[in-house]
Design a protein around this ligand. Structure first.
Ligand SMILES: [Zn+2]
Ligand SMILES: [Zn+2]
Length: 415
C-alpha cells in the first residue's frame, strides 16, 4: 500500500494530494510543474484530525517497503514486504505503526513543522531488527509450506523504499496519549534520554520541472527518477535535492519501436569469478556458442531493468538481457517515442548483481560453492534505453527474444 500525502503548493498554497511515489506533479490551481526531491529519506508525519491544545511529540518509525529475494539452492523466491518499526529505543511505545498509514493522509515533515521530533536511530542500526522479524515471518510461512528456511543461502532486497513516518503523541496528566486515537498508552512509557531535534539540513526541495540547461519543460512520468529534455536532448537525474545531468545510451533498432524500456548497464568486478568479456560469459553461463577470438575484446556488462517489476520476472529479464549483451551506443537525441518510467535507482539495481549471478551460472552449483567469496565492486553504470514493439499483451524485443507483459509492468508501478 502506498501512502497518501497532502501538501500546500509551494507557489500558490493550493491543497495538493499525492501518492508517495509521485515525484513530478502539476498544481491543479496555478499549473506550475514541480519535481519533488528530498535530502536523505522522505519524512512524513500523521497529523491528528482536530487541533489539540497539548504540545505534540512526534515519534519516528522506519518504514520499509520492497521485495526480499531469498536465494536458495535450487531456486530464488521473492516476497513482498511492507513493514514499519519504532525508530527510537523507548519502551512502552507500539513497535510498529500497524495499518493506520494506509487510511490516513500524511504530510511531509519539514524543518517548519511546528512540533517536537524525536531523533530517529539510523536505518543501519534498525535494519538487523527488521531483518530478524522478516526472517521470523519467512520461517512461519515456510513452515506452513512444509519446506525449510535453512536452505536460504543469501537474502537481498529489491526496489526497497525507506522512509520515516512520525506518529504524534502528547502528554496529559501522567500518561502519554496517542494523538490519533486519543487513547493513552498502557503502562508507563518513558520519554527520557532521547534527543529532540529541530532538523536543519534536510527537508524537501521543490524544483521547477524545467531543463536547467535550456529552460524547456522536462519530460517524464510522474514517478520517474529521471527526466528528459526533448529540446536540448539531455537527461536529468534527481539526487540530494537537485537535478544532475546524466549521459544515456541507446540500443539501435531496424524495426518499429513503440516504447523504450530503461536498463542500467553495469560494469562490475566480481572476483573470484572472471567475467570481463563475452568469452568469460559463455563459459560461466555455459552458452551453446562457439567462442570467437574477437569476443575477447567484447566487454561484459550486467544488465538490470531500471524499473520495478514483478520480482521473479525481474531477475529473469535481467538474465535474458545479460546473456544477450545488447550493443549500445551513446544517445544523441531523446527518442520521440514513449520512454518507460525509471523507478529503480542504479544503486539498488547494483545490489542485485549477486542474485543475478545465481540466475546466470550454469550449473547453479558454481555459485553455491563460491557466493560467500564474491564481493561485487561496481566500476561504472550507464543508463541504456532498449526499444520494444507493442502487441496486444506484450512489449517485445525480437533481437533479444524478450517479451514483457503489460499487466506485470502495471503491477510493478505499485510495488
Ligand atoms: Zn499552485
Ligand atoms: Zn534542455
Amino acid at each position: 500500500m502506498n501512502l497518501n500525502v497532502t501538501l500546500e503548493c509551494p507557489q500558490c498554497g493550493g491543497p495538493v494530494k499525492l501518492d508517495e511515489t509521485v515525484r513530478l506533479f502539476g498544481c491543479p490551481y496555478c499549473r506550475v510543474r514541480l519535481y519533488i526531491t528530498a535530502i536523505g529519506e522522505f519524512r512524513y508525519w500523521i497529523p491528528p484530525g482536530d487541533k489539540l491544545s497539548e504540545e505534540l511529540i512526534l515519534v519516528p518509525y522506519w518504514r520499509f517497503k520492497g521485495i526480499s529475494l531469498n536465494i536458495k539452492k535450487g531456486t530464488t523466491e521473492a516476497r513482498l514486504i511492507d513493514t514499519s518499526f519504532l525508530a527510537v529505543p523507548l519502551k512502552g511505545f507500539p513497535k510498529s505503526l500497524g495499518l493506520r498509514t494506509q487510511s490516513l493522509l500524511l504530510r511531509y515533515l519539514t524543518p517548519e513543522t511546528p512540533h517536537f521530533c524525536l531523533t530517529p536511530m539510523s536505518f543501519k542500526e534498525i535494519f538487523p531488527v527488521i531483518q530478524e522479524r522478516l526472517l521470523y515471518a519467512e520461517n512461519l510461512s515456510v513452515m506452513q509450506e512444509a519446506g525449510s528456511v535453512r536452505d536460504t543461502l543469501y537474502q537481498c532486497y529489491i526496489g526497497e523504499s525507506r522512509s520515516l513516518v512520525f506518529q504524534p503523541y502528547y502528554i496529559k496528566g501522567s500518561n502519554i496519549h496517542d494523538a490519533i486515537t486519543r487513547i493513552p498508552l498502557p503502562g508507563r512509557p518513558e520519554l527520557m534520554d532521547v534527543g529532540v531535534n529541530k532538523p536543519e539540513n534536510w527537508g524537501l526541495s521543490f524544483l521547477a520541472a524545467i531543463c536547467p540547461e535550456c529552460g524547456w519543460d522536462l519530460y517524464g512520468e510522474r514517478d520517474s527518477l529521471v527526466l528528459y529534455c526533448r529540446n536540448c536532448n539531455s537527461a536529468w537525474s534527481s539526487s540530494e535535492g537537485s537535478l544532475r545531468k546524466i549521459d544515456f545510451m541507446m540500443v539501435r533498432t531496424k524495426g518499429q519501436c513503440s516504447l523504450y524500456l530503461p536498463f542500467w548497464r553495469i560494469k562490475a568486478d566480481v572476483p573470484p569469478i572472471e567475467l570481463e568479456n563475452y568469452i568469460h560469459l559463455i563459459r560461466f553461463a555455459n552458452l551453446p556458442r562457439v567462442p570467437k577470438t574477437e569476443w575477447q575484446e567484447r566487454e561484459f556488462y550486467f544488465w538490470l531493468p531500471a524499473f520495478k517489476f514483478q520480482p521473479e520476472r525481474y531477475l529473469n529479464i535481467a538474465k535474458i538481457a545479460t546473456v544477450n549483451q545488447p550493443e549500445a551506443e551513446p544517445a544523441t537525441t531523446v527518442p520521440k517515442e514513449d520512454i518507460y518510467t525509471i523507478t529503480l535507482p542504479p544503486e539498488e539495481a547494483s545490489e542485485m548483481i549477486l542474485a543475478l549471478l545465481f540466475e546466470i551460472a550454469k550449473p547453479r552449483k558454481t555459485m553455491i560453492d563460491t557466493y560467500r567469496d564474491v564481493k561485487p565492486s561496481v566500476k561504472n553504470i550507464d543508463l541504456v534505453l532498449i526499444p520494444f514493439q507493442e502487441n496486444p499483451y506484450l512489449f517485445v524485443q525480437p533481437a533479444l527474444n524478450m517479451g514483457i507483459s503489460k499487466g506485470l509492468l502495471k503491477y510493478g508501478r505499485n510495488i
